[in-house]
Design a protein around this ligand. Structure first.
Ligand code: NAD
Length: 488
């Protein structure tokens, strides 16, 4: 099978986008429901062995979950175990009651499909696709679809859970979902990619929809793939249904401002953090890893707010200018050369030198697991804004927090993207489209509120912002779960 063949040849998956009872919930039990879980790493691609210690005794799973003896709770992999670790920290603070704890730690639905595709050479290949709806208590599942040889059910389930917490932190009426197809899109022709996309949509057709589950782009999928999904779904339901996906081209019901939304959110939370810490954003110095969508837009908007972007690195190298880089010129240079390296408006900077710069703000906006105990002790920044998903390992995060670095966690810092995806879904359903000023002012309000909710929670419980973000998220989903009650 093609997907199996390429699997061995390609490196690990970059994490995509990866969302709780309000602290006032009266819930008595601070212990997790009979689960002993210790996890130290959040992203497992480099750590194939689960770092989770689950005690296994014959039949124990059944007793733990209170299920009938013939019902087995599915095993989970290292990435999902890492999500559970983060969840548990918040659930303990909330004294989450065991029943709610169990509900929120189980995916609602995991779909596995086989997608036969006739290739350009006439052969038929079969690709495995997944869609996980982790939780839909607050609204339709929301989350991207990725195409990559390393896609697995564990990864998709964990990413769907993180989307649940991210949407809840952003306080938007979505649950969390994620999907993926095990394939190498760089080896597929455009026709094969379209056929695969359409067959995958046909296979999960009953599970998605504007009221059910709303996919979006993720690793190796883009607005064209979203347009094919929208068209396939529309052909099946017999009318144009733009609200079934977000991240569409603007001509097909996409939203103005979506492309810039994640970087705009990064700018807003960084500015709010600086205000909280008494740092003037005008003249504040900033270093950024990654100059793609998130990194470049964050740089442009922070420079526009008066900050000095002194250093940027990407996959090929970096550039430094203590007086501040000309961001517009750097964007143009990157458009032409596909890298910031070689930019004439500064001196070369090695990727590893970025971490030790004496700057006010550091923004990892490239890949996961970039800040580890190898470089965290050298970090001198006051604020670390996680533009990327999972850029900081848990031990590095704890080290930085102890040293007083203000870490704005990914599920808050990069939630601007999913927030404008929510705006896109609203506009599609409303059939009325907002101008850019409307989109940006609504995003500004949502991000400021989310930042303040997390900050106040962290101050109230005397915990780091990551734990606080989970407390906010788990509280919101848990409260609504309790209010809705148990069906049947
Ligand atoms: P992108 O592909 O547009 O840009 C990635 C950047 O990272 C590029 O500049 C690339 O050169 C750089 N990079 C790659 N490998 C590197 C390396 N080894 N060292 C240094 N730099 C390296 O991706 P993006 O959309 O900007 O996403 C960046 C991160 O933000 C990812 O973690 C993504 O999951 C997360 N994120 C993105 C969005 C969004 O709306 N785009 C939303 C939420 C989270």
């Amino acid at each position: 099978m093609r997907s199996a063949r390429v699997n061995a040849e390609l490196p690990g998956v970059p994490r995509g986008e990866p969302e709780p009872l309000t602290p006032n919930l009266e819930l008595p039990n601070p212990e997790p429901p009979n689960r002993e879980l210790r996890t130290t790493h959040r992203t497992p691609n480099q750590n194939p062995e689960p770092r989770t210690e689950l005690e296994h005794e014959p039949g124990r799973e059944n007793r733990e979950q209170g299920t009938a003896d013939n019902v087995l709770v599915p095993e989970h992999g290292p990435l999902f175990a890492a999500m559970l670790h983060e969840f548990d920290g918040a659930a303990r603070i909330l004294n989450l009651e065991p029943g709610i704890w169990r509900i929120l730690t189980h995916p609602k639905r995991q779909i596995v499909v086989s997608c036969p595709v006739q290739m350009d050479n006439g052969d038929i290949e079969v690709f495995t696709g997944y869609r996980v709806q982790y939780n839909i208590t607050l609204g339709p599942a929301k989350g991207g679809i990725r195409y990559h040889p390393d896609v697995s059910l564990d990864e998709v389930t964990a990413l769907a859970a993180w989307m649940t917490w991210k949407c809840a932190v952003a306080h938007i009426p979505f649950g969390g979902g994620k999907g993926g197809i095990v394939c190498d899109p760089t080896r597929l022709s455009k026709r094969e990619l379209e056929a695969l996309t359409r067959r995958y949509v046909a296979e999960i057709m009953d599970a998605i929809g504007p009221e059910k589950d709303v996919p979006a782009p993720d690793v190796n999928t883009n607005d064209q793939v979203m347009a094919w999904i929208m068209d396939t779904y529309s052909m099946h339901v017999g009318h144009t249904a733009t609200a079934v996906v977000t991240g569409k081209p603007v001509e097909l019901g996409g939203s103005l401002g979506r492309r810039e939304a994640t970087g705009r959110g990064v700018m807003i939370v960084t500015r709010e953090a600086a205000k909280h810490l008494g740092i003037d954003i005008k003249g504040a110095t900033i270093a950024i890893q990654g100059f793609g969508n998130v990194g470049s837009v964050s740089a442009e908007l922070l420079a526009a707010a008066g900050a000095r972007i002194v250093a940027v690195t990407d996959w090929k190298g970096g550039v430094y200018n203590e007086k501040g880089l000309d961001v517009a010129a750097l964007v143009e240079h990157t458009r032409q050369h596909k890298t910031v390296a070689g930019f004439a408006g500064g001196t070369p900077l090695a990727n590893d030198e970025l971490w030790e710069l004496d700057v006010d703000v550091l923004i990892p906006a490239a890949l996961e697991n970039q800040i580890t105990m190898d470089n965290a002790p050298r970090i001198r920044a006051r604020i670390l804004t996680e533009g990327a998903n999972g850029p900081t390992t848990p031990d590095a995060h704890d080290h930085l927090h102890k040293r007083g670095v203000f870490v704005i966690p990914d599920i808050l810092a990069n939630a601007g993207g999913v927030t404008v995806s929510y705006f896109e879904w609203v506009q599609d359903r409303y059939g009325y489209f907002w101008d850019l000023t409307d989109v940006n002012s609504r995003l500004e309000k949502k991000m400021c509120e989310a930042f303040d909710d997390v900050l106040q929670t962290s101050l109230r419980h005397n915990v780091d912002l990551r734990t606080a973000a989970y407390v906010v998220a788990v509280a919101r989903v848990g409260t609504v779960t309790k209010m809705r009650g148990m069906y049947a």
